[in-house]
Each structure stands twice: as C-alpha cells, then as structure tokens.
Ligand binder design. Structure first.
Ligand SMILES: CCCCCCCC/C=C\CCCCCCCCCC(=O)SCCNC(=O)CCNC(=O)[C@H](O)C(C)(C)COP(=O)(O)OP(=O)(O)OC[C@H]1O[C@@H](n2cnc3c(N)ncnc32)[C@H](O)[C@@H]1OP(=O)(O)O
Ligand SMILES: Cc1cc2nc3c(=O)[nH]c(=O)nc-3n(C[C@H](O)[C@H](O)[C@H](O)COP(=O)(O)OP(=O)(O)OC[C@H]3O[C@@H](n4cnc5c(N)ncnc54)[C@H](O)[C@@H]3O)c2cc1C
Length: 662
C-alpha cells in the first residue's frame, strides 16, 4: 500500500498557511530527536508497505472469534515484518506504530511487554539463558498472570499457592477456591502456552508471600491445555475485544524448582528461603509497565486530539454573528476551551514520561549495584504519573469525542475505540485511586521526615518548610509553579494534621488513614501535577537554547496554558493557603482565554507536527485532507446491513408485525 498525500480541503489549507513555526523541528522534539523521527518513519514506511497489516473489514463487523483470529493474524504478521526488516518489537512499541495498528487488543502485547520484561528483570543468569531466546523468538508465548477473581489490587491477598515439595524438588501450584482463579490476563485464554504466575510461596508450611513462577500451560506441539490446568477466555469487555483475556485454575499442578524466578529471592533444593534485598523487587515488572503506560496514554490522547482539532477546523456550524457564514467550530471559545488544554496536557505528559524514564533507568542501574534507596521514589513517581496520565488521557479522549458532536460517536471516527482502549488504563496495572494512595503514603512519610530535619529526595524536596529563596514573580511560569507547590505543601500539611488529630483522639492509624483518604488522593494528584508542571517548564526552558524561536514560542504558549489551567483548577486550595489572591486569579482567567485564541491560530499545525499518518489514525474525521463527509459516507456503505435493500429481519419480524391485527 503506498500512501499518496492528498490535497487537503480549503479550510485545512488555510489553517496550515498560518503556521509560523518549523513543524519538522517540533516533530523531532516530540520524537526525542531527528534520528528517532527518521527511525519511526522508516518503521512506518515498512508497515505501510505490508498490506496484510491493515483491516479489509472493520472488527465491528466480525464475530467474536473472527475478531480474535484477525487481530492475531495481524499481530503475528507485525512481529515477522519487524524481525525480517531488522527492527525489534520494542521499536514498534516505543514509536507507537505497532500499537496503533493493533490497538483492538493485540493478543501478543502481553508477551512482548510484561512476559519478556519479567524474564529480563526477574531471572537468574541460567533462567535468562534458557527462557529469553525462546521467548524472543516466539518459541514460547506468554502472559503475566497475577490478578485473580477475588484480588487484583491487594497482591498480598492472592490465593494461588506454590508449595515446595523437597522430595521431588518441585512446586505444586494450586487454586484452592473459586476466587483464586486467575482472571483478566491478556492473551491468557487461547494465545499463551506459558505464563509468569504470581503465587504465594509456601515452604515447610510457612507462607513467604507472593513470588513469580514460570508455568507452561499448553503443549508446544498440539497447543492443548496440560493436565492440572484449566484455562479459557473471560468473554466480551468494554473494549479491546480482539484480545483473549483469560482465566486460569491450577489443580495441584507440578513445576520444577528452577521455575521460580530467582534473581531476587531464592529457594534452595532443601527448601530454605533466601530473602531479596528489598521486599518489593518482585513487583518490578509492574513498575516498568507503569512507566510505559505514561507514554502510551500520551500517544493515545494525541491521536484523539489530532482527530478532534482537524475536524473542528473543517466543521462549520451555526452563526457567530447573525447573517455571517457559519464559522469553523474551532472559532468558538468554548470549543477551544474543550480541546486546547488537553493539547497542552499531551505535551506535558510527553515531557514527563521522558523524565520518568530517566528516573527508571537511573534506579534500575542502582539496583544492579545493590542500591535500593531510589526505589520508593520511583514507585511513587511511576504510580502518580501512571494515574494522572491515564485519567487525563481518558478524560481528554472523551472530550475530543464530545467536541466532534454526533460524528464523534461513530465507530469510524475511531474515537470510541481509542477511548475504550485507554479507559482500561485507569484500572489495569494498579487501579488509579489505589496508586494515588501509594503516592500519598510516600508524601506523608516524606513530610514527617522533613519535619524531623531529614533531607528529602528530589521529587518531594519542595515539601520542606518554604525557603525564602523563591523570588520568581508570581505571574511568571516559575512563580505560578511555586504557587502550585505551596498549595501541595499546604494540602499535605493539612492531611498530616488531620491524620494526627484523629490518632490523638483515639483512632488507629489505619482508621485515620481511611478517614482522610479522599483528601490524601487529592494530595497525590496535586503533587503529581506539580511534578508535571516542573518537568514541562524545565523542558521548555532547556529547549529554549537550542530550538528556533517559532517552535520555542509555541512550546512556551502550551506550557503557559497548562500552568494557567492547573492554577484555575486548583483555585480553591491556592486561595485557602494564600498562594494567590482573587485579583491574580481574575487575571489568570483572562490570560487563559487570550491564550486559547492565540493557540487556536496554529492548532492544526501543532497537531500536524505530532505526525501521525492517516493509516494509524484510522479516522473518518481526522484524516490529513479533511475530506470528512465523503469518508463518513463511504464508511457507512460498508455496513453489512447495506448489502441488500431489504433485510431478512424485515421478512422475519417487521412484516409480520405490520400484518398482525393489533
Ligand atoms: C507492537 C505491539 C504493542 C505491544 C504493547 C506493549 C506496550 C507496553 C507499554 C505500554 C502498553 C500499554 C498496554 C499494557 C498492557 C498492560 C496490561 C495490564 C496488565 C496488568 O494489569 S498486570 C496486574 C497489575 N496489578 C497491579 O498493578 C496490582 C496493584 N497493586 C500493587 O501494586 C500493590 O499490591 C500495592 C502497591 C497496591 C500494595 O502493595 P502491598 O504489597 O499491599 O504493599 P503495602 O503493604 O501496601 O506496602 C508495603 C510497602 O511497599 C511499598 N511498595 C508497594 N509496591 C511497591 C513497588 N512496586 N516498589 C517499591 N515499593 C513498593 C509501599 O509503598 C509500602 O511502602 P511503605 O511501607 O509505605 O514504605
Ligand atoms: C483490560 C484489562 C486488562 C488486564 N490485564 C491484566 C493482565 O494482563 N494481567 C493481570 O494480572 N491482570 C490484568 N488485569 C487486571 C488488573 O490489573 C486489575 O483489574 C487491577 O489491578 C484492579 O484490581 P481489581 O480488579 O481487583 O479492582 P479492585 O481492587 O477490586 O477495585 C475496585 C474498587 O475498589 C477500590 N479499592 C481497592 N482497594 C482499595 C484500597 N486499598 N483503598 C481504597 N480503595 C480501594 C478501587 O479504588 C476501586 O474503586 C487487567 C484488567 C483489565 C481491565
């Protein structure tokens, strides 16, 4: 399939004619540099030239089984195409291209993410040598099986047991109750022949908590389920129905001792336990995936924004001035207010994802040399950013849908599919409220440590008592970010005060925690957003030295919008703690409206610079040429109901009803 870039409609031509910045330069910044843009485009070209990767028929028109088979066909084709052309699966993931082709629930996504990451991050050298080549070459195909019917969040409450039998040097895996059934893992139902399984380790009758085991589920020749294992698919879900999310039960199923992942903790042949350096090292795959999800969420949000902003430039509706031609809906301030703060969020999330990745890489290097001290901060940052990124991507994507009016509700807009795929991100890999509560734990601990004079890690250092060093004028970017920081400090101080007050009045610390948890979640959300603001301001100010003035100005405006919007959202807190006053807020609101109008002028060019091709956007509303109505019409012709003028349903039901004497 070759891509011919079509002439765009007059509206989009005019929009693009107003661009005052170098789009390619902005594209490079978003990709992480010109080399990465070039690499992404090489991958895209290769994929675009593989017609088997594209659907002839929308998955919406396929049966449940055909939908799965079709996605599996494309997933396997994707893997072989990448391999043959010298790219890795990771290349397709990090550029987003692979995800966009397969985001109806790619049945190999868990294999190439959490299964491979667990092998890489949790194996001892022998295990790595044995399993990694097999998994990388798809000789074994796996998933990450942790969640059970009864427990997802509370990992320590999992019921699957792995009991060591020293006479045979085996673990016996067992699901003692219905609630112990593994439930949800992607690709578990029909695709995977292996799984990394989280189970409670039992040695000599004592439970040592959740540990990870490599378990073969199916015969490698026949693909039949092995004895002692029951496995199947869980049925339709809100979205991503081309995946085979599955269930799994063990009936005293035996695996060798060497199948426990032994990088961090070990069991000796005679059944002795060797502790890990940190009790949560076995949760490493989850942390790594949370880091990936921040990128993933920002990418999905960007697809929705491209669709909604281009459509808003093409769509004309109503009269702004009686008798005048119908304006582009993007000219309405309310439309700008719906979309442009989310555009700013996309940039903020992209820069923060990059900062988080650096923390992840630094912490992982430290772990390699036995340094565990950065782990709590990485856990808090990855939890908070995963939660904010998915919450904002889901909200932003739905706003994009609403901003497209009725046509946003069409499957062919692709907004419903983007929405349902990213909506799962709020729940999977740690439900967001639960993750925020983890962040809150870290904040309260840090706040208390600071009160005792201890030095705090970098991401929470602003929680210490306000130093008189912040001299940035309030209305500057720095000044407003400092005000947001003062707001979080006040919120955390207030949470700590309420917790202490409850404990002093006789509540247990746990009861006090629950009684303050709404406020604690707000603290965690505010802290994470403060961190995002900081990363955005830092990134833009660093780029200022290297980029052209046009690009710098656009980034500065987006950053400013993000901060102003955040200040307005937090107004109540900022007023209460005295970080801003009513007069400042009024001028911030006015400035936001002014900025919306400024950014509107180049909005189409900004989303063009995100550089996602039509074949990956898959949207009748968001295509480059803006030929919206023709595309919607043509897509409707593909409905199976349009194959005949009169449907079977007419003869079967409608006609008898019309003929009946009611
Ligand atoms: C080409 C094709 C495309 C392929 C696509 C692949 C792309 C990859 C990238 C992105 C893609 C998006 C798609 C990804 C698909 C993912 C599918 C989803 C998979 C799953 O959902 S897997 C299951 C995930 N499950 C969870 O996340 C469970 C959540 N629960 C927990 O993590 C924990 O139980 C808890 C954190 C909530 C609590 O833990 P608990 O053991 O009870 O501990 P506590 O007692 O509360 O705390 C003790 C102490 O430890 C600290 N702590 C907890 N966790 C960690 C940690 N991970 N690291 C460090 N420290 C931790 C905790 O804060 C406490 O500290 P304290 O005592 O306060 O000091
Ligand atoms: C599409 C999808 C794909 C998935 N893929 C996988 C996979 O590949 N592998 C895998 O192992 N799992 C997978 N999961 C499972 C997922 O990780 C869990 O659903 C998730 O961790 C949430 O757990 P839960 O379902 O038990 O929710 P629950 O924990 O029961 O949450 C229900 C409610 O209770 C609240 N709650 C729970 N605990 C607390 C608390 N301590 N404090 C306050 N409130 C609390 C939550 O905030 C939420 O509102 C997937 C899930 C989905 C939806």
């Amino acid at each position: 399939m070759s891509v011919v870039v079509p002439e765009c409609c007059d509206d989009l031509k005019r929009e693009r004619g107003r661009c005052l910045f170098n789009k390619e330069e902005l594209t490079n910044i978003l990709d992480g540099g010109p080399k990465l843009t070039e690499k992404r485009r090489r991958i895209e070209k290769m994929l675009i030239n593989t017609p088997e990767l594209f659907d002839d028929v929308s998955p919406d028109y396929l049966s449940h089984e055909d939908r799965y088979s079709n996605e599996l066909r494309k997933a396997t084709q994707l893997m072989t195409t990448l391999e043959k052309n010298g790219f890795t699966y990771n290349d397709a993931v990090t550029t987003g291209t692979g995800l966009w082709l397969l985001m109806d629930g790619n049945p190999l996504s868990l294999h190439i993410s959490m299964f491979l990451d667990t092998i890489k991050g949790q194996s001892n050298p022998q295990q790595l040598q044995e399993w990694l080549p097999l998994a990388e070459k798809f000789k074994i195909i796996g998933t990450y099986a942790q969640t059970e019917l009864g427990h997802g969040t509370f990992v320590r409450g999992l019921e699957t047991t792995a009991t060591y039998d020293s006479t045979t040097k085996e673990f016996v895996l067992h699901s003692p109750t219905i609630t112990a059934t593994k439930w949800w893992p992607g690709a578990l139902g029909k695709t995977s022949n292996h799984a990394v399984v989280m189970a409670q380790l039992y040695l000599g009758g004592k439970c040592y908590g959740p540990h990870i085991f490599m378990v073969q589920l199916r015969d490698l020749e026949t693909h039949r389920t092995l004895p002692g294992i029951v496995v199947g698919e869980i049925g339709p879900r809100l979205g991503m129905n081309s995946n085979d999310n599955g269930f799994l039960q063990f009936n005293h199923h035996r695996i060798p001792l060497t199948n426990m992942f032994m990088k961090h903790s070990q069991v000796t042949e005679d059944g002795k336990y060797v502790k890990p350096l940190h009790s949560k090292l076995s949760y490493g795959t989850m942390v790594q995936t949370r880091v990936g999800i921040v990128y993933h969420a920002s990418r999905e949000l960007s697809r929705a924004l491209i669709i909604a902003i281009r459509y808003s430039a093409v769509r004309h509706q109503s009269e702004m001035v009686p008798g005048d031609p119908e304006p582009q809906i993007l000219d309405y301030q309310t439309q700008q207010y719906k979309l442009l703060p989310h555009l700013a969020s996309f940039f903020a999330l992209r820069f923060s994802a990059r900062a988080l990745l650096e923390v992840f890489i630094g912490t992982s290097a430290g772990l390699g040399s036995g340094k565990m001290n950065m782990l709590p901060e990485l856990h808090a940052l990855s939890s908070g950013l995963k939660a904010v990124a998915t919450n904002d991507a889901v909200k932003g994507t739905d706003i994009c849908r609403l901003a497209c009016g009725g046509h946003g509700y069409l499957s062919s807009s692709n907004l419903p599919r983007i929405y349902t795929a990213i909506a799962a991100g709020i729940t999977y890999e740690g439900e967001n409220t639960v993750l925020f509560l983890q962040v809150a734990r870290y904040l309260i601990k840090s706040f208390r440590a600071s009160s005792q004079g201890q030095t705090l890690p970098f991401s929470v250092s602003y929680l210490r008592v306000q130093p008189p060093s912040s001299h940035a004028p309030l209305m500057s970017d720095r000044g407003l970010v400092d005000a947001l920081g003062a707001g979080v400090r006040w919120m955390v101080g207030e949470a700590e005060r309420r917790l202490q007050q409850l404990v002093d009045s006789g509540h247990s610390p746990h009861a006090a925690w629950n009684a303050c948890s709404v406020h604690l979640v707000q603290c965690a959300d505010a802290h994470t957003r403060y961190y995002i603001c900081e990363q955005f301001v830092d990134a833009v100010s660093k780029l200022g030295e290297t980029v052209s003035s046009g690009v710098h100005e656009v980034l500065r405006q987006l950053c400013r919008l993000y901060i102003l919007h955040r200040v307005i959202q937090t107004a109540g807190i900022l007023l209460r703690c005295g970080a801003v006053d009513g007069k400042a807020l009024t001028s911030i609101e006015e400035e936001e409206c002014h900025l919306l109008a400024t950014l509107r002028i180049q909005a189409v060019s900004i989303v063009d610079a995100i550089d996602i091709k039509d074949v990956f956007l898959k949207s009748t509303l968001g295509a480059w040429d803006g030929n919206v109505y023709q595309r919607i019409y043509e897509e409707a012709q593909k409905s199976p109901l349009n194959k005949s003028d009169v449907t079977q349903g007419y003869y079967q039901y409608l006609r008898p009803l019309m003929k009946a004497n009611l």
